[in-house]
Write a protein that binds this ligand. Structure first.
Ligand code: ATP
Ligand code: MG
Length: 167
């Protein structure tokens, strides 16, 4: 399915509880002429909801989330930056593992299961895309979703094309 980036970024934000939306600063700075991406809108929104939820949850200030996007010849890269507590370097490669949580004591307070990023990674892999993280403890984190361009996808496996081929 060919998708525009901006509606996904914004609709995912609107899926969060109103009180959480209102308590945070959300800024989406998406350039107007980005190429279309190839993916499942609902699932990509789910990944963004997971990232936004983390950005709000692992934060001790007024949450500030900034979303930007850039395109290259293969992907659109959607970057979600927060001003949260950050993640120390020795945890960074593990946060995408199932049930991994950085602070087991604090996790009783924040009440997650450690699945959000593992699920998000699975969704990005199913899209032939990627999820990556950069972070600095005490400063914030930035997660980047790389989603393949629609123009590059091989339409032969599309349901519509198959229906058409069968006449
Ligand atoms: P769930 O998403 O299943 O409710 P969770 O938030 O603990 O639970 P993940 O979303 O997979 O699980 O995140 C794994 C861990 O990575 C978190 O417990 C937290 O320690 C850390 N983490 C994730 N996102 C951020 C972030 N934006 N800032 C700081 N730490 C983060
Ligand atoms: Mg989470």
């Amino acid at each position: 399915e060919p998708l525009r980036v901006r509606p996904i970024v914004e609709e995912a934000w609107r899926r969060l509880p109103k009180a959480q939306q209102e308590a945070a600063i959300f800024e989406a700075d998406i350039p107007p002429h980005l190429p279309l991406i190839h993916g499942d809108k609902n699932r990509l929104e789910q990944v963004l909801v997971n990232l936004y939820t983390n950005a709000l949850r692992y934060n001790q200030q007024q949450p500030h989330i900034r979303v930007t996007a850039t395109g290259d010849e293969r992907f659109v890269h959607i970057r979600v930056e927060d001003n949260g507590i950050g993640i120390a370097g020795d945890h960074l490669d593990k946060i995408f593992d199932r049930f991994y949580r950085v602070d087991v004591t604090a996790s009783r307070l924040t009440g997650g299961t450690g699945l959000g990023l593992a699920i998000s990674k699975g969704i990005m892999e199913a899209h032939h895309g990627r999820i990556a993280v950069e972070s600095k403890e005490g400063t914030g984190s930035a997660f980047t979703l790389s989603v393949p361009l629609y123009s590059l996808h091989d339409g032969d496996n599309d349901e519509e094309t198959q229906n058409f081929d069968r006449g």
